[in-house]
Design a protein around this ligand. Sequence first.
Ligand SMILES: *Cc1c(COP(=O)(O)O)cnc(C)c1O
Length: 506
Amino acid sequence: MVLSFVKTPEEISSSAICPIFASRYVQDPLPRYRIPENSIPKEVAYQIIHDELQLDGNPRLNLASFVTTWMEPECDKLMIESMNKNYVDLDEYPITTELQNRCVNIIANLLNAPLASNKQAVGVGTVGSSEAIMLAGLAFKKKWQNKRKAEGKPFDKPNIVTGANVQVCWEKFARYFDVELKEVKLSEGYYVMDPKKAVEMVDENTICVAAILGSTLTGEFEDVKLLNDLLAEKNGRTGWATPIHVDAASGGFVAPFLYPELEWDFRLPLVKSINVSGHKYGLVYAGIGWVIWRTKEDLPEELIFHINYLGADQPTFTLNFSKGSSQIVAQYYQFLRLGFEGYRRVIQNCMENAKLLQHNLKQTGRFDIISKEKGLPLVAFTFKDKNKSLAFELSKALRHHGWILPAYTMPANVDHIAVLRVVVREDLGRQLIEKLFSHISSALFELSETANSVRKILLTVEVKAGNDHDKGSLHLPTTSIHLKQDKYDRDRKKVHEVGGKTTGAC
Ligand SMILES: *Cc1c(COP(=O)(O)O)cnc(C)c1O
């Protein structure tokens, strides 16, 4: 969570909550940063919080996030029904535990884990891919350390090789657990880890190479098969046994349905563990991820804790302890409800909507598309014009229509490039894509209008200054641009007000 800072005594004593409709019931303001002196009726508490939350963005218009924002009402109902069960009380809630076991089996199967007897996969549900990656990273680190100790070699400088495009959780893992992150640099036009360079960076201290199936920045899949082959060759030559982890946070629920022939998972012998976010294309609300190990030998025994004070002996591997059960139930609901065919249709539909948006953006002639044909259902694009601020201005302009469409600079080495990214989720339907594109078009028009006006002013100033040094000449054009700006703001406000209703209905 974001770090919250405690307020000063002055701020605390001067801040109050001013209820809107709840003012019918509450006369005195309530303190904002202290616990109120007395209780209030439940309806009033509800109304106050409900009203405040109205000012959050609309999750549906949040194009920045991969995380699921819509589920069926039947599943919402199941989630509410299981909200009061603590997932860690395995013995008290054996059915919930059974549902997690079924999910692990279903996912291991989708990821082509080998089924040879006594060599089956193991896995666990987590809060998300970040926790999953911490657990997978710890397993690699311990395994490597144990091997080095047994060989009488130093074991104090472990490293992981990744691309510079890794998600922040890898940097977090590296810093929290004292592992060096050796990043393969990106280059212009190539925004994922180059397997050849990655394998060159592997040394005897490398605990794993982490490949990404579905780069967060561009949606592109890394070539895990090539990585596996090059690494196998190097392992053969050096006698090391450097393994691969695949961070399939987004791609793990895309590739099995859209590209079943693509070899990136446990079909490749060096892939020892894979993480996937249930709350991304697994189609569950925020709060669930999965990590699967190829066999139980890939998960050192000393990391497993056996708890028995809640009932029978249960092996666990998790960073936290208590947690709600709703997300597990919801994941199982989606598997049961949608089946392979249902997932395939949902993801296919996302892909088609992404293609439509991509086609329209291309037609404007203003953008280069940097997401790939085969990858996640998203559109990542840059302005052809190299001016980096354009992407940020477009992002800001779209905010006025309620859209959250992030612009960001690429990592070191290619940080002169600013990218815009639209993640296409199940709930971003065709009508919304069309509306989004019409807002992008009008924002583009407005941006170029503003740019033209600024150019005109500069020209006028230059001409006037050249003629008679009359600084007052600045006056006229700035007024006209202010007028324009006023009209622009008014129009935007109008569109926004209307947009709020229409987009909600789409
Ligand atoms: C989203 C993402 C993560 C982090 O996943 P959470 O489930 O949000 O913790 C890690 N890696 C990649 C590639 C991602 O896209």
